[in-house]
Ligand binder design. Structure first.
Ligand code: ADP
Length: 397
């Protein structure tokens, strides 16, 4: 019987998955990747194989409202296609591992209890990640599950980089900078020696620009600092989150504008950033196609903040050897990459407009002192690798 391993990345309205298969005696390969989008509104299951051939593209009925419902449907689809498969393990992306989880781990009741305490630190993501773990426990009892954290990759920072300069009593309650998108950065760090060997072990700034966005400063492929902090609100402007904000603004919202904590939370996580500035959309592609001045302003602010914080991380690293773009915007928008590179030309970076327009891997000129790269991220593969190492199911991954 063939062996299977599943990777799940559960969000508020989507459940992304990868299914890896190991035919008996062979090595692991990617069998299918896809997900259920539109959970709670108009759910749709899509899946492709490694060659990009569509395996499923089906509208689901609106009763799929949460992770459990989505997982039921996904399990049904997997059973229909791979009936009788033996699932050796399920790996999950979990956004917050707090100070304790510096590496992935096998999920136990104690681990789950610890992770639930971190929900207030990542209210947009953590509940959905944990709901997927609960749903797998109910559907596949006895199958080991592995939690991989977006915070772990950043756990080796110097104390000064992770400090939140508030009184000790507050810091004793876990208030420190954690950093996120760690699985993405870890994947990029893992492929740098192959993709960009000349700079891999140097000073590299990685820009993960998706719905959530952050920068990571790497020295010798280890995270030294990152723009996301205690929560996933800090740093760069994001789709619906503001990025760096004067804390006095939050006081003003409470004291002068009379907003409740729930109002402020909704504003910070769901109504700000590109959506808040433009009043049009949180989606970069939609803004790039819209000539309205408010859409232009949102894009200008996104680029301005990215360039400004690249400068800050360049100072942390004492110079830069390479800049890497990844995630939805970083991989697909030549315009945004080009604008950020131009704003960073003072570092010694010269973009190659043709290579950039073609989404080539190297997008800077041969003569550029600082090189620039576009490297697609693969958080699911990173999770599969960790699961393989922990459960002894490692193979081709
Ligand atoms: P997440 O996984 O965090 O939901 P992604 O990494 O998929 O996010 O990135 C989503 C973002 O990428 C959206 O803002 C989307 O508009 C943007 N994006 C996707 N394709 C393009 C494109 N061709 N040009 C510009 N932006 C794009």
């Amino acid at each position: 019987m063939d062996d299977y391993a599943l990777v799940l990345n559960a969000g508020s309205s989507s459940l992304k998955f990868c299914a890896y298969r190991r035919p008996s005696g062979a090595t692991w390969g990617l069998e299918a990747r896809g997900g259920i989008d539109g959970i709670g509104t108009s759910p749709r299951l899509t899946a492709k194989n490694e060659a990009g051939t569509t395996l499923a593209d089906d509208a689901l009925d609106a009763s799929v409202r949460d992770a459990r419902g989505a997982l039921d449907r996904l399990a049904g689809w997997l059973r229909g296609r791979y009936g009788g498969a033996r699932v050796l393990g399920v790996g999950h992306r979990v956004v917050h591992g707090g100070p304790a989880y510096a590496r992935p781990c096998v999920v136990t009741a104690e681990v789950l209890e610890d992770l639930r305490k971190l929900v207030p630190l990542a209210p947009l993501h953590q509940p959905h990640n944990l709901a997927a773990i609960d749903a797998v426990s109910a559907l596949l009892p006895g199958v080991p599950q592995v939690a991989c954290f977006d915070t772990s990759f950043h756990r080796g920072h110097a104390a000064v980089a992770d400090l939140v300069p508030l009184p000790q009593a507050v810091r004793d309650r876990g208030v420190q900078r954690y950093g996120f998108h760690g699985l993405s950065y870890e994947y990029i760090a893992s492929v740098l020696p192959e993709v960009a060997p000349a700079v891999a072990d140097g000073r590299v700034i990685v820009a993960h620009l998706g719905s959530g966005a952050s920068l990571c400063a790497l020295r010798a492929r280890k995270s030294v600092d990152s723009t996301l902090g205690f929560t996933a609100l800090d740093g760069l402007c994001m789709g619906t989150r503001p990025g760096s904000l004067d804390p006095g603004v939050i006081l003003h919202l409470f004291q002068t504008m009379g907003l409740s904590a729930a109002d402020v939370e909704a504003m910070l996580y769901r109504q700000s950033g590109l959506l808040g500035i433009s009043g049009i959309s949180n989606d970069m592609r939609a803004l790039l196609g819209n000539p309205a001045p408010a859409a232009r302003l949102a894009i200008d602010y996104f680029v301005y903040q990215a360039a400004k914080q690249i400068g800050a991380l360049a100072a942390v690293l004492g110079g830069v050897d390479a800049l890497v773009f990844t995630a939805g915007i970083g991989e697909r928008s030549a315009e945004i990459r080009g604008r950020i590179c131009e704003a960073s030309s003072w570092l010694g970076l010269t973009i190659d407009p043709e290579a950039n327009a073609k989404h080539a891997t190297r997008i800077s000129t041969a003569a550029s002192r600082v090189s620039a790269w576009m490297i697609p991220t693969n958080e699911e593969l990173m999770i599969a690798r960790h699961m393989g190492a922990l459960l002894g199911t490692a193979g081709r991954t």
